[in-house]
Design a protein around this ligand. Structure first.
Ligand code: AQP
Length: 340
């Protein structure tokens, strides 16, 4: 009768809402590949239905879905080992999303910080979907009885809400049906910050392109953005702990550590006492050496969109095979009559 009764299964998604950033790469994509290598069964989803919670021009959305799929593959996700698909091809997400929106409470959604951030000042003008997004995200995870959800720090609150929704469903219907999934937030780059403002996360929808490194940036753009990244006038200290009050400096050290695989203290020790004008070119070289092969591979894959669509179609079939029986049992638990 505990969540441990459910076999391990990973689910995570990324929105096809524009250029992927270094934040998505370090906080999510690279983690997905590590989990794949660890051999845990996993589904990685291009969450196109989440993307339309804000306006998406259809042709651009279509292109973004293929680009994100290409990025999944270019980073090392293997469709033979991980299920890669787009959300809208598996109707179980929408159906379970509705059921779970009847389980979640308005007060719970009112506490979601991402809605407040994304809706901005004019909440009345935000889409209903943007507000209820977390119940669809809960459905994404629970439709597969996923037990682990690798995400960046910003998504922790949504995974915790998913646990609350699963627990309330189980309680209300007197079942032990949905597992309580755990957010997996690991590594040194769980919250990559904007290059212009160390208090804001690096985001693909930030109006300033200089605030982020895009996976599609060329070497010159990466070098320029890192050179212009905001820091303070002090040199690098002797210890990582001494960066506690220096958000921008700390962010660059974190990025260096994540890309190099060194621990943060080792990075600081290597550059201790040196100015950021020494550190930044080293960081730019490191970023280019990691991202250039990924970018090149994305472009190669995009030359054959039919192949990308085939990966998504095959993934959607396999995803639906898992989700449909879980949905069928959910309908039964809820009390729907299924006689078709
Ligand atoms: N800055 C970040 N640092 C670490 N992880 C991050 N993630 C996003 N930004 C960072 C992680 O990437 C995954 C996919 O995110 P998403 O695109 O579905 O939505 P998001 O979190 O809203 O990402 P963005 O870049 O901020 O997109 P927009 O601007 O469209 O809202 C998640 O696991 C997320 O934690």
């Amino acid at each position: 009768m505990t969540e441990t009764a459910h076999p391990r299964r990973v689910f995570s998604g990324i929105q096809p809402s524009g250029n992927l950033t270094l934040g998505n790469y370090l906080g999510a994509l690279r983690r997905f590949v590590e989990m794949q290598e660890a051999g845990v069964p996993a589904l990685y989803c291009v969450v196109d239905m989440h993307a339309i919670t804000v306006w998406q021009e259809p042709a651009k959305l279509r292109a973004a879905i293929r680009e994100l799929t290409a990025a999944f593959l270019a980073c090392g996700l293997d469709p033979a080992r991980s299920i890669i698909f787009n959300q809208s091809q598996v109707p179980a997400h929408a159906e379970l999303g509705w059921i779970l929106s009847c389980v979640a409470r308005i007060g719970w959604l009112n506490r979601m910080t991402q809605f407040k951030d994304k809706a901005g000042k004019d909440r009345e003008a935000a889409s209903v979907g943007l507000y209820s997004y977390p119940t669809l995200m809960a459905a994404d995870i629970l439709a597969y009885h996923a037990t682990e959800v690798p995400v960046g720090e910003d998504q922790k609150q949504h995974v915790e809400l998913t646990r609350d929704i699963a627990a309330k469903f189980n309680h209300d219907y007197g079942v032990d049906y949905f597992p309580l999934p755990a957010p997996i937030i690991e590594g040194v780059a769980t919250r990559v910050m904007s290059l212009r403002d160390g208090t804001r996360k690096m985001s693909k929808s930030d109006p300033s392109d200089m605030s982020r490194i895009n996976l599609t940036d060329d070497a010159d753009a990466i070098a320029q953005k890192i050179r212009k990244a905001r820091t303070d006038p002090d040199p690098l200290p002797e210890t990582y702990a001494a960066l506690a009050e220096r958000a921008e400096a700390r962010n660059l050290v974190n990025i260096y550590a994540a890309l190099s695989g060194l621990d943060r203290d080792a990075v600081v020790t290597e550059f201790a006492g040196r100015p950021f004008s020494d550190f930044k070119p080293a960081l730019a070289d490191l970023a280019v050496s990691h991202l250039a092969p990924v970018t090149a591979r994305i472009q190669e894959l995009l030359a054959d969109p039919a192949e990308i669509d085939a990966v998504l179609g095959d993934g959607a079939e396999r995803a639906a095979e898992i989700a449909e029986p879980i949905l069928a049992r959910t309908r039964d638990i809820v009390g729907f009559v299924s006689s078709r």
